[in-house]
Design a protein around this ligand. Sequence first.
Ligand code: NAP
Length: 248
Amino acid sequence: MGDLVDKVSLITGGSRGIGKACCYALAAEKSAIAVNYNRSSEAADEIVADLESKGIRAKSYQADVSDPDQTRRMIDEVMGDYGQVDVVVNNAGITRDRSFLKMTVDQWHQVLLVNLDGPFNVTSGLMPQMVERGWGRIINITSIVAQMGNFGQSNYAVAKGGMIAFTKTLAREVAAKGVTVNAVAPGFIETDMTASVPEKVLDTVRQMTPMGRLGRPEEVARAVRFLAAPQASFITGQVVNINGGMYM
Ligand code: NAP
């Protein structure tokens, strides 16, 4: 407790699911929290109020991270409020599932724009001040789907695979500057994103998972908390799998 005191963390898509759990996990280390959301303003404000009631500095910021102008505006707001961002969790993500034979160019582009351009927009806006201060943590939430592939998710698999390649390349570029870049690859986790997956498919997922269950957002956030800590200073360019053994 307290490893991130005096640090500021920005969590994209912090309003729900895994992102929300990351807000709480980093706040548990006393980091100030910037909660990015796109549509769920009430949910984001509830998190902020709850964290503030626990003595944590927190504020919510609206931006569609796929839009470079909105993202730039958000970064200016966060920097104006806090003066620095030390930890970025690139978590915002969407799915638009369709078998490849039926996939439209819109579905392809939407997923790439949010899941891959989003992390570019956010990271490129915040990396200069991390490098200048000689300390930073970029944590990218990728997916087991990048590693195994999944029926109906060619767009999502490509975006998440790109995120792993981005993680490794950026890690090399900024390693000597005190900034680490890592990815966390969840398996199937109980959130709104998987709530729409048919029960039959989830049964198959459970059968394919040695632990026989879906994961919880807090189980992913724990790895994010670990990677964000100063003690994780020699870990970079890695993909941490949180999947109950589904892929090893
Ligand atoms: P979720 O419950 O659907 O929540 C998605 C979050 O992303 C929401 O906070 C949403 O914000 C935000 N978001 C979506 N589009 C955005 C945009 N354009 N700009 C800013 N924020 C945006 O999803 P989740 O399951 O927690 O997933 C979080 C991340 O983990 C995603 O990257 C996902 O791909 C990845 N992941 C999830 C699983 C899983 O099984 N759940 C497995 C592997 C990887 P608003 O509600 O405010 O719009």
